[in-house]
Design a protein around this ligand. Structure first.
Ligand code: KG4
Ligand code: ZN
Length: 336
């Protein structure tokens, strides 16, 4: 079974060919980061335009690199939610037109389910059920992965996502967009105990996150030092931010695993590339005797391979769509 996966929910136009669910034959990613960098974040209108320009070439390249033609493909999977609406619409409409013209099944994929599926590509032995923490630029979820296609979200952020917190702190410190990776790099030479940062308690839901207090505290700290003419050591502050976010993610995940009895834990989403988060969760899971899975670095951020992989499982479960498929900017995993 060969599935073509298409991703365009934010600032990466990506396509991939996946064989028999987990074997990636090709993966092509065209990133727009350099263009959005000058505005300090993703400009939705520009993202949509670049997806329009790039999508045909990216899909062609994915087919060529896999040495297959459209005729060999069994289904066309596409991210339809959640994400920037204009960006999603490009991928959805392209996939619909391609599926219609080639007479192939159309397979809708939820972006977060795609991030989770990145783990199947790297860990052939991983099978549901397990608990997954998904941390990206737009989401921070603790998800019960009940089966390949059924999910139950037990915790989510009440405000900023973990990646958003990394990026906004980084911007306040003068790092370019997207700042998460710069904090990660600077943290390598910093003292993680240099600054004490808040660990929020979210009233009413023990598995929910809140990262806006941490962000505000970092921004206030930077403003105060600037007013006093002091210079804050960026390496130390980066290391302290990374430590705080890693601890918050790890503590909540372990609490959820203990409460619900999961012994298999996975990490996913763009923030799963963070060295502090990877290390903290690995250590905590090892201490508890849990099996821990995370994607290789190339599969942490947005890519087509994770969509092709999840699309394969959706297809096997009979989840397909007709030409009425629409892009949806906000859609909980509980609703799919
Ligand atoms: O999953 P993703 O590529 O896009 C969304 O679906 O949002 O995640 C992007 C997020 C950004 O906030 C980016 O700064 C963050 O992942 N990120 C990192 C690292 N690499 C990417 N955050 C911290 N450390 C990293 N090494
Ligand atoms: Zn993503």
């Amino acid at each position: 079974m060969l599935i073509l996966g298409i991703e365009s929910s934010c600032d990466e136009t990506a396509a991939s060919i996946c064989e028999d669910c987990r074997n990636i034959k090709s993966s092509v990613i065209s990133t727009q980061i350099e263009e959005h960098k000058k505005y300090g974040g993703v400009v939705p209108e520009i993202a949509s335009r670049r997806h329009c320009e790039n999508i045909l070439g990216v899909v062609r390249q994915a087919l060529d690199n896999a040495e297959v033609t459209l005729a060999d493909i069994d289904g066309i999977a596409v991210t339809y939610a959640p994400g920037l609406i204009g960006a999603l619409l490009v991928g959805v409409n392209f996939a619909k037109a391609l599926a219609f013209s080639a007479g192939k099944p159309l397979i809708p994929v939820h972006h977060i389910a795609g991030h989770i599926a990145a783990n199947y590509i790297c860990h052939k032995e991983l099978e549901p059920p397990y608990l997954c923490i998904v941390a990206s630029g737009a989401h921070s979820h603790i998800v019960e992965v009940l089966s390949y296609t059924k999910f139950h979200v037990i915790g989510r952020t009440r405000d900023d996502a973990a990646g958003e917190c990394f990026d906004k702190c980084a911007r306040a410190m003068g790092f370019p967009y997207p700042g998460g990776v710069h904090i990660d790099k600077a943290a390598q030479s910093g003292d993680p105990t240099a600054f004490k940062l808040p660990h929020p308690v979210v009233a009413g839901s023990e598995f929910d996150f809140s990262f806006s207090g941490l962000k505000t505290s970092v921004i206030n700290m930077l403003h105060h030092s600037e007013q006093k003419g002091e210079v804050i050591d960026r390496n130390n502050l980066s290391a302290s931010i990374q430590k705080a976010i890693s601890e918050i993610i790890t503590d909540k995940t372990i609490l959820a695993a203990e409460s619900l009895g999961y012994k298999k834990i996975a990490l996913a989403g763009g923030v799963s590339a963070n060295s502090g988060v990877r290390a903290a969760l690995s250590v905590a899971c090892a201490e508890k005797g849990y099996d821990f899975y995370m994607p290789e670095l190339s599969l942490c951020g947005d890519n087509g391979a994770m969509i092709a992989c999840q699309g394969s499982y959706n297809f096997m479960a009979g989840i397909t769509a007709d030409e009425s498929l629409n892009a949806i900017a906000t859609l909980s995993m509980d609703e799919i």
